[in-house]
Structures are given as C-alpha cells and as structure tokens.
Design a protein around this ligand. Structure first.
Ligand SMILES: [Zn+2]
Length: 168
C-alpha cells in the first residue's frame, strides 16, 4: 500500500519514531468519540473496523504463508513487534476462529466502562483472516478490557451468511 509506505517515512531526528502510548490512545479515543457525534455509534464502529481491516489485509499480504500455523506465527510476531498486543488463536473450527489479544494497544489496563472499544483491532484480525481464506468474514469483539474482561477477544465467523441464516 502506497499510503503505508508514506506513513512509514519518518524524519524526526530529535524526537524519534515512538510516542507514549497515552498519546496514541488520546488520538484514537478522541477521534472515535467526536466521530460518534457525526457518524453515530454504528458509523464509528464500521469506519474503525474497516480501517483496521485495511491494515489486516496489508499485514496478510506481507506475511502470507500457505501453512496456516506458519502464517499466524508470522502475524503474531508482527503484532508483537509493532506492540499492538500479544495475539493468540485460542479456538478454531469450521465455523469460527477466536483470537485473544493480550496487552491490547487500545484498551489494556483501562477501567470497565461497559463498552467494547477496539473496533480497529477487530477489523485488523478480520483482514488477516480474510487475506488467508480469500473470502469475506464477519468479526466482533467478544471481550474487551473496557467491558470488564481480562483481555481483548475477537471472534471471526468464517461463514457469515450461512451462520446468520442458521440462527433464524
Ligand atoms: Zn478492547
């Protein structure tokens, strides 16, 4: 992605290429909160999830390996080194894949506010899975520190249309 290359060009001889995590969270949360006024909650969720999905597809493209375990360990390494969190596949069957993200960049350590806020990470995980499977999936945040859980968890439904029909 050209945009990614452009973003990676950092020239800050004095300040360097890292920022305090709180600064990232301020940008992230303030953007989300003010966007709610314009886009509504659903709109914000969709926007951030879609943005995360773009990153996930990009990560997938970069790290693709035919073997799923090899692919996911490459992804885990990337996510860890980028300090997004510690990503683990904790459950997997024909219908779904469940990923937990410990030490989540967005929410780890935050108090329970009764909501899930990691829409970007949800999209990122969905994009990573989508790139591997070469098909659309649906994903949701099934645990979040800000919802009183001990980590973030993204559940990816691999056959979203049929599973929606089944639940009727
Ligand atoms: Zn979260």
């Amino acid at each position: 992605m050209d945009q990614m290359q452009a973003l990676n060009q950092i020239h800050r001889p004095e300040l360097g290429d890292t920022v305090p995590l709180s600064v990232f969270r301020i940008f992230r949360q303030f953007s989300a909160q003010y966007s709610i006024e314009i886009l509504g909650e659903k709109g914000v969720k969709t926007t951030f999830t879609y943005a995360g999905r773009m990153l996930g597809l990009d990560i997938g493209k970069e790290l693709y390996a035919e073997d799923l375990n090899e692919y996911l360990s490459g992804v885990k390494k990337y996510v860890y080194e980028a300090k997004i969190g510690i990503l683990n596949l904790v459950e997997s069957d024909d219908e779904k894949m469940v990923f937990q993200l410990e030490e989540c960049i967005t929410c780890a350590g935050m108090p329970n506010m009764g909501v899930s806020i990691c829409h970007f990470e949800v999209g990122m995980v969905a994009g990573i899975v989508e790139f591997y499977l070469k098909k659309k999936v649906s994903a949701s945040e099934t645990k979040c520190n800000v919802n009183g859980d001990e980590c973030c968890e993204v559940t990816v439904m691999l056959n979203p249309v049929s599973s929606r029909l089944n639940s009727r």
